[in-house]
Design a protein around this ligand. Structure first.
Ligand SMILES: O=c1ccn([C@H]2C[C@H](O)[C@@H](CO)O2)c(=O)[nH]1
Ligand SMILES: [Zn+2]
Length: 131
């Protein structure tokens, strides 16, 4: 799958976001080595802190289906004029499973940039620290 196709899958997920409070939809699409894609959207809650981000929705779907050490790329999309940068919690959760992940970050209109997770989370704290 091309980067463009993965970003388009993330953009499609914006339709499913549940965002009555922030009105800020985010979509994500996480690709694994076997080509499977786990999508996610943000799901908010009246108890605001119980909101889950799009990226973490996708990670939880993948891990709960048996994927763990095989994440290849994630695409993240929002409706904002700026690129939809992932929050610190999502960077940390992605780092747990895939410190070398490629991250495609899109903005309104579909333009995207490609970075490594290590660029987004320098000197990250991960499982190796606890071994
Ligand atoms: O990495 C991020 C950052 C924010 N959001 C969502 C959470 C909330 O619903 C909305 C505003 O913070 O954006 C994500 O889905 N991913
Ligand atoms: Zn987040």
């Amino acid at each position: 799958m091309t980067d463009r196709e993965l970003v388009d899958q993330a953009i499609k997920m914006l339709d499913y976001s549940y965002v009555p409070y922030s009105k800020f939809p985010v979509g994500a699409a996480l690709e694994c080595a076997d080509g499977s894609v786990f999508t996610g959207c943000n799901v908010e809650n009246a108890a605001y802190g119980d909101t889950i981000c799009a990226e973490r929705t996708a990670v939880v779907k993948a891990v709960s289906e048996g994927h763990r050490d095989d994440f290849v790329r994630i695409a993240i999309a929002g409706h904002s004029a700026d690129y939809c940068w992932p929050c610190g919690s999502c960077r940390q959760v992605l780092f747990e499973f895939a410190p070398d992940l490629e991250v495609l970050i899109a903005k309104e209109g579909g333009d995207f940039v490609k970075l490594s997770l290590r660029e987004l989370l320098a000197h990250g704290f991960g499982p190796k620290a606890l071994l």
